[in-house]
Write a protein that binds this ligand. Sequence first.
Ligand code: ADP
Length: 317
Amino acid sequence: MERMVYEVRDVSKLYKKGKVKANEDITFDIPEGEILGVLGPNGAGKSTLIKQMVGHLKPTEGRILFAGEDVSKQTRKVASLVAYYSQEPHVLSALKTYEALAFTGRLRGMTKSAADREAEELLEQFGMTELRNKQLKHLSGGQKRMVGIGTVLIGHSPVMIFDEPTNELDPKNRRLVWNLIKERNRQGTTVILVTHNVLEAEQVVHRVAVINHGRLLDIDAVSRLKQKVDQRLKFELSTEFGRKEEVMAALAYWGSMQDNGENRLVLLVEKQEASRMLDHIIRHPELPIEEYAVKPPSLEDVYFHIDEQVRKEAALV
Ligand code: ADP
């Protein structure tokens, strides 16, 4: 039987400050050896969920089991087995690059010589050997991020959590990071990948948990999530300045609508409805639409589509 690394059960998190319900009734499992993407726009509740999974925050309701035991009752064990690097300001910033890595390795229980060796190896892989004695606070954003990724990789923890790992990285380093993640996974590491960059993550992850407004909207393989939007076409529209609401009201009937900022809208429409909708637009030249384009939807469109489905269903109940 598959062993579960994590079992998340009915987890809700309410931040007292601002009375924000950042997670609501979230339930899912992560089997050993999986690469799970946690996907959702900014403010969706991803970091809140992860912080509870690593024991930095306690769920307001529900519980999270790590290897069958409650995380909040074994924070030390979780800290020693789950390597996590958050996006938040680096507590290690006064350390030299090399020290930050080796020090993290020591904290994970490595011997000094093993930690030193792996720190050097990682710096070499990253092409950062000549920066080994530079303090983190003097590195560029991208270089700091690479060191952050190094702090997750060092010590070969059985579970690794990466929070937006490729932000600020150039294409070469992005590729390097994805390859390293895949390689570690092949060696048996369970990986959780928090990201809003769907297009990149979809090459790497086995399943994706789609989160928005604090709720888990869906969790499935990339191909199956894609199928859910494959029956649709994506219309990208731009409207006359200040007249977006009119277009939204006129076209909402045809599918899931997303406001893409400024004068842009995206509409996902069932394939069999698409020609009727085009016909509608053509017959109504008074609609203040400046341009439109039709494209196949990508996984990136999944979360707003699913989100809208869930809201529509909720409205019907
Ligand atoms: P994400 O990681 O998906 O961007 P977060 O988990 O950081 O989302 O945030 C989810 C919601 O909780 C947001 O509305 C955010 O403003 C709020 N939030 C996050 N951290 C705190 C906090 N420490 N106190 C109060 N509200 C918070």
